[in-house]
Design a protein around this ligand. Structure first.
Ligand code: PBG
Ligand code: ZN
Length: 321
């Protein structure tokens, strides 16, 4: 009989043979910034998460930097929304201001800029709309402009989340032409149309005004298609690829890890976060234990970078251990 339990008999032995280790340095924390002054508004559906105005952002940044988290993913909520998402590529837009603030206070903290139009369009879709259709090729130049504007503000990584075809190539070309040859692209390559995004849409005020995102985000049933999306993004110049959501798609994370050598990120999305918080608030689960188990599982599946709303808590807990 093989005695597997020998190596489980003490914490020191379990530590010694642990295959997957989590560190704060591979976590990215999403932050929501909005225009205005003195704002720290709780997001109802995401306990512990707030919308910040730029003047108060330092409070949060200090905690993030202190925790040793790799970086922040910035989501801007503009005052003005229109058909063409003009505030998305305004050099003085809300996300651009946040990037400048972050880089000024913590030059070492990575400023990852989400690039998508949905927070900035009046209709809430991720692309240019004509009638009921979300236009692909007409959206690409706007994404390019947004990426360049955020790179100019000092963004360390450009992260397109729109799922238009050809956006990585278009953004790469726009960045290169503007002289940002060294700004990497982290593409949301396998982004599924998911019910797990609803709390985010509350937080970012970005729910589509009509229809849904199924004509551009992926069908949750498809893993081979996810690999094709990832392959194409790598071919177009993505430096890092992403699977999103994470927990319900760990098979996709694993398949991507096995197939490609490009650095791989997974996005532990808002709904995944809110479910844990809701159950923990009721005392039904042990939050710390569940969060560390979830994040370890995402890493075990093959993601080297994890974007998560739990990052601040997780970093603290990892320190304690
Ligand atoms: C914008 C965007 C979304 C998320 C990240 N970027 C929402 C969406 O596609 O509707 C979701 C993040 C989350 O749920 O935590 N395109
Ligand atoms: Zn979008």
């Amino acid at each position: 009989m093989k005695r597997f339990r020998r190596l489980r008999s003490s914490g020191a032995l379990r530590d010694l043979v642990r295959e997957t280790r989590l560190t704060a340095g591979e976590l990215i924390y999403p932050i929501f910034v909005e225009e205005g002054i003195g704002i720290k508004t709780p997001v109802d559906s995401m306990p512990g998460i707030f919308r910040w105005s730029i003047d108060r952002l330092d409070e949060e940044l200090d905690r993030i930097a202190e925790a040793g988290i790799a970086g922040v993913m910035i989501f801007g909520i503009p005052k003005v929304k229109d058909e063409l998402a003009t505030s998305a590529y305004d050099d003085d837009g809300i996300a651009q201001q946040a990037v400048r603030r972050i880089k000024k206070r913590f030059p070492e903290l990575l400023a990852v800029a989400d690039v998508c139009l949905c927070e900035y369009t009046s209709h809430g879709h991720c692309g240019v709309v004509c009638g009921c259709e979300i236009l692909n090729d007409e959206t690409l130049p706007l994404l390019g402009k947004m990426a360049v504007s955020l790179a100019k503000a000092g963004a360390d990584i450009i992260a397109p989340s729109d799922m238009m075809d050809g956006r990585v190539a278009a953004i790469r070309q726009a960045l290169d032409e503007a002289g940002f040859l060294n700004t990497p692209i982290m593409a949301y390559s396998a982004k599924f149309a998911s019910g797990y995004y609803s709390p985010f849409r509350d937080a970012a005020d970005s729910a589509p005004g009509f229809g849904d995102r199924r004509s551009y985000q992926m069908d949750c049933a498809n893993v081979r298609e996810a690999l094709l999306e990832i392959e194409e993004d790598i071919a177009e110049g993505a430096d890092i690829v992403m699977v999103k959501p994470a927990l319900a798609y760990l098979d996709v994370v694993r398949a991507a890890r096995d197939r490609f050598d490009t650095p791989l990120a997974a996005y532990n999305v808002s709904g995944e976060y809110s479910m844990v918080k809701a159950a923990a608030e009721r005392g039904w689960i042990d939050e710390k234990r569940i969060v560390l188990e979830n994040l370890t599982s995402i890493k075990r599946a093959g993601a080297g970078i994890i974007i998560t709303y739990h990052a601040l808590d997780a970093a603290k807990w990892l320190e304690e251990k």
